[in-house]
Design a protein around this ligand. Sequence first.
Ligand code: DGJ
Length: 382
Amino acid sequence: MKHHKTLLRLLVLFITSCFATAICAQFKNGQLWLATDGEHINAHGGNIIFHEGTYYWYGEHRPYRGFTTEKGIAVYSSADLQQWKNEGIALSVSEENGHDIERGCIMERPKVIYNKVTRKFVMLFHLELKGRGYEAARVAFAESDSPTGPFRYLRSTRLHAGKWPFNMNQQQIAAAKNTDASKWDKWWTPEWRKEVEKGMYLWRDMNSGQMSRDMTVYIDDDGRAYHLTSSQENLTLLISELTNDYLDYTGRYVMVAPGGQNEAPCIFKHDGRYWLICSGCTGWAPNEARLFTADNIWGPWHQLPSPFMGVATGYHDMPADKTFGAQGTYIMKTGKEFVFMADIWNPRHLSQSLHLWLPISFNEKELPVIKWTDNVPNEAEL
Ligand code: DGJ
């Protein structure tokens, strides 16, 4: 009997210590990150906001198998960036046939921002309609009174139908109108690239509206919000100003790096300078990150070498020129520090895709540098 009691005590101790380790362990890059429910955090391609003392992490809720959205956009909450509580689905798919966000559509790269004036949480995300692969290329809007939702789906759209970027002059508009995308079967020739730079796909989609796939949202110091998206067959980025309520476009927008094929835009501002980190365009496979900088959000944007340096020690030794196996999703500012948040995609089991958070430092030339660290920065260090 005594023997049994001791065994029972040991068992209880073992179980509680396992549980405590699971929920208190500092997250390690390259490993699964468990929420307090004991499940890997299923919030991918998303962002984090800080609101009234709590962090909220939004992201794609991905199924274990398959590529379509079966549940919606997930939200987790945390007081310290370490222990995350699963708050469920912030924006659910619809069960209605033909609805924009019908179960089986693709909802990617959700970003939530808080509008201090309207006191609403606004979500923008990349939407692909059910059964149409990636051809719809729309941005979608949803809003909520509470950070954990439920978000109300508002609408989806392509961008800027009939409108030219505000910084194009009449001569440039005339040159774009002189292009013809239907003529070019062969991509990536120098001649084709020149036409893309003139705005060949901008002109092709002028009436129907511009495509919008990988995206982020940025609120500047003055409260103005901008939508940055991969447009024109993923060849050109667009930066567009949002209206005061963050629910529409003012019509002011520019093209960035036409023909540069940039995806996964992540933006931050340091000492008055804007920095943009993007990936190349290779599906779920990692590639070399691209860095751009500008004094003004509207540009001109200048490209610089990738800020990633070294090797992901312990994580398959993934090199810097493969972004350590990851693709960026957001740059979170906590205090004065910036954290590069990324996904290490697992296309066989998307729900199991790993999270990677790395601090951004600045070198003696004031250029951003991102090196692999095993430990994930926690709130106490930021
Ligand atoms: C790369 C994008 O960054 C992801 O969000 C996703 O759309 C995949 N492509 C799909 O292949």
